[in-house]
Design a protein around this ligand. Sequence first.
Ligand code: GLU
Length: 258
Amino acid sequence: MLTRFAPSPTGYLHLGHAHAATQAFGFGRSENITCLLRIEDIDKTRCRPEYKTAIYQDLDWLGFDWPIPVRIQSQHRGAYVDVIDNLKERGLLYRCFKTRAELQDAPPAPISDTEIQDRLGQKELFAWRLSIDKCRPRLKNALAYVDTDQDKTVNIDTLEDIVVGRKDIGTSYHIAVTHDDMIQNITHVVRGADFIDQTPYHVLIQHLMGWPVPIYHHHPLLLRDDGEKLSKRHSDTTIRSLRENSLTASQVLDMSAL
Ligand code: GLU
């Protein structure tokens, strides 16, 4: 059995990450299973190498350890493209040329072949979306999964046509995360409650691809005093700024406890 902690190097780790790391690595320790570290850096518009190095330094300073080599998602783009190609060949995807502004007015939907050719001719960029309508007839069984000790079933009618291949980076978080949980044999996914709504999409992708469905556990998020989510914008709570202010690792871990 395996679990994982999978931060994205889009900024310095903050107290919220210390909390999430404690949950994932702590779950590993309590269940006597290994917790892997994975670097989720497919978004080349936001990820930076110095933040990746800082993840190793900050987690190490906090006292966490993990097996090496660490899986670095940006080194596996081809694998994610293969998954997208597979879904595409099965007719489950469609091209979406809509901009963010256009999507405010109308939901995404497939367009005619003529319009596709026209827009491709204009060199317009497009995303690949998963068609929930096309997925529906393929679902023979209910999509069951366990989330935070509760039995759940995906309600396909509540799902939207999510982007699986982004305009800018060709792939997406949903594809990379489910592919890697499969390839790394992750049995338990321990992550923040902000990912609860993504989970039905992950279970759907796992079902479509014939991949095992891990057991999910979503932990409550560490919030600021004003109730807002901690984010990389709040530089006062980065692990490194706290360290530079002479706090010890155990003081920082105490601060990150709920
Ligand atoms: N990469 C995500 C993050 O930065 C975590 C994804 C997951 O645990 O599924 O928070």
